[in-house]
Design a protein around this ligand. Structure first.
Ligand SMILES: Cc1cc2nc3c(=O)[nH]c(=O)nc-3n(C[C@H](O)[C@H](O)[C@H](O)COP(=O)(O)OP(=O)(O)OC[C@H]3O[C@@H](n4cnc5c(N)ncnc54)[C@H](O)[C@@H]3O)c2cc1C
Length: 342
């Protein structure tokens, strides 16, 4: 019998975000699968009542909270104490939370304080022979492992997009607020500095992955390279379609070679064997040859299309559902025009 603590922090508006709701549905399903288990909710935030009401219909047997101005923002030294208090009070044997940047930073420390173990980057939860098990990918998403642990408490951080978000009914809930005394804090959170959401090109929740390859910076039919035009076309498309931007290794490596580059592109955008393996329903590759070390990073992209001048490019070898043999500059300019007129 397990006591499963769903542990989440509230968002700026006091409610639970999508990643939190996904973890809740995974925790609830696990609790229902493991005979005799119970689900407890633990919330951290400035005020946790709205979040507790939001998930009143989750079937949790207890709602615990750590609330106050000190817990409104991400800060290791206060978050770790809140997580520890909630884990202990719930007498949790399994703690499931979303793999947000806030929790990713703090939960290993909480596991240490609780004398437990932690698995991060988990992509699924299940029961194997009546025992809880988690799924993780290894070796750059090539091997999937299913593992169980005997140590308790066992903290599990679930990646976003791996479970349906819980969508049950709201209500009103009574929360047991824990009195948590913080030692003198050396760190004061004065605010958050982040790029404007439009400047952020990596968008894990986007419906479309837009990949730009090195072709965007290569000499075109007129014998000239047009990186400035490429930059305008790509940024305009990303702004309109709210797509996530991926790249090939060749393109992100070009800056090191002193060649004309797309200035907003970094190694963080690289998709492939030595890059990322994102999850999006659709992908569109432009000016990208589609070589194996790149396309291996497309394994979780369901519907794939590519635009390439070369009908014999690697996308044509069964790697894309649709290959448009065309000029990406022309096609994407037309797409932008159509999107602008919508
Ligand atoms: C160990 C190892 C690991 C690697 N890991 C990765 C990785 O993680 N990710 C990765 O991406 N690569 C990786 N690579 C590199 C990979 O093999 C390719 O070299 C790279 O993906 C090629 O990038 P590209 O398609 O952008 O460039 P190119 O091969 O130069 O292709 C450019 C394409 O653009 C097309 N093009 C040009 N102009 C236009 C136009 N106007 N319209 C339409 N099409 C046009 C051309 O026809 C061409 O097909 C790795 C290689 C090795 C050896």
């Amino acid at each position: 019998m397990e006591t499963i603590l769903f542990l989440a922090h509230t968002e700026a508006d006091g409610t639970l975000g999508k990643a939190g709701l996904e973890s809740l549905s995974a925790a609830k399903t696990l609790a229902a699968t493991l005979a005799g288990s119970q689900l407890v909710v633990g919330l951290v935030g400035a005020d946790v009542q709205a979040a507790a009401n939001q998930i009143a219909g989750s079937g949790a047997t207890r709602f615990l909270g750590v609330a106050g101005a000190d817990f409104s923002q991400a800060r290791y030294s206060s978050d770790v104490i809140a997580a520890e208090a909630l884990g202990k009070t719930a007498a949790a044997t399994i703690i499931i939370g979303p793999a947000t940047s806030r929790w990713n930073r703090v939960m290993a420390g909480a596991a240490q304080r609780l004398g437990g173990r932690i698995d991060t980057h988990v992509t699924g939860l299940s029961a194997v022979d009546g025992k809880p098990a988690v799924t993780r990918w290894y070796y750059r998403q090539r091997m999937e492992g299913v593992l169980t642990r005997t140590q308790r408490p066992w903290i599990v951080l679930l990646e976003s997009g791996c479970s349906a978000a819980w969508s049950g009914s709201a209500g009103s809930t009574t929360i047991e607020l824990l009195p948590v005394a913080l030692p003198a804090q050396r760190t004061t959170v004065t605010g958050v500095q982040a790029p404007a959401s439009d400047a952020q090109t990596i968008r894990p929740d986007a419906k479309l992955l837009f990949v730009a390859g090195a072709g965007w910076t290569k000499k075109q039919a007129d014998g000239q390279a047009h990186p400035d035009e490429a930059e305008k076309i790509i940024l305009s498309f990303l702004g309109k379609a709210k797509a996530s931007l991926g790249s090939t290794k060749s393109l992100v490596d070009l800056s090191g070679e002193g060649q004309a580059v797309l200035k907003f592109m970094t190694h963080m955008n690289q998709i492939g064997q030595t890059g990322a393996t994102p999850r999006h329903p659709k992908g569109l590759a432009t000016c990208c040859h589609g070589e194996e070390p790149h396309t291996v990073g497309w394994r979780f992209i369901n519907e794939r299309r590519a635009i390439n001048l070369n009908p014999a490019c690697s996308w044509a070898q069964g790697k894309a559902d649709v290959l448009y043999v065309a000029d990406s500059f022309a096609v994407m300019s037309k797409v932008n025009e159509l999107l602008a007129s919508k």
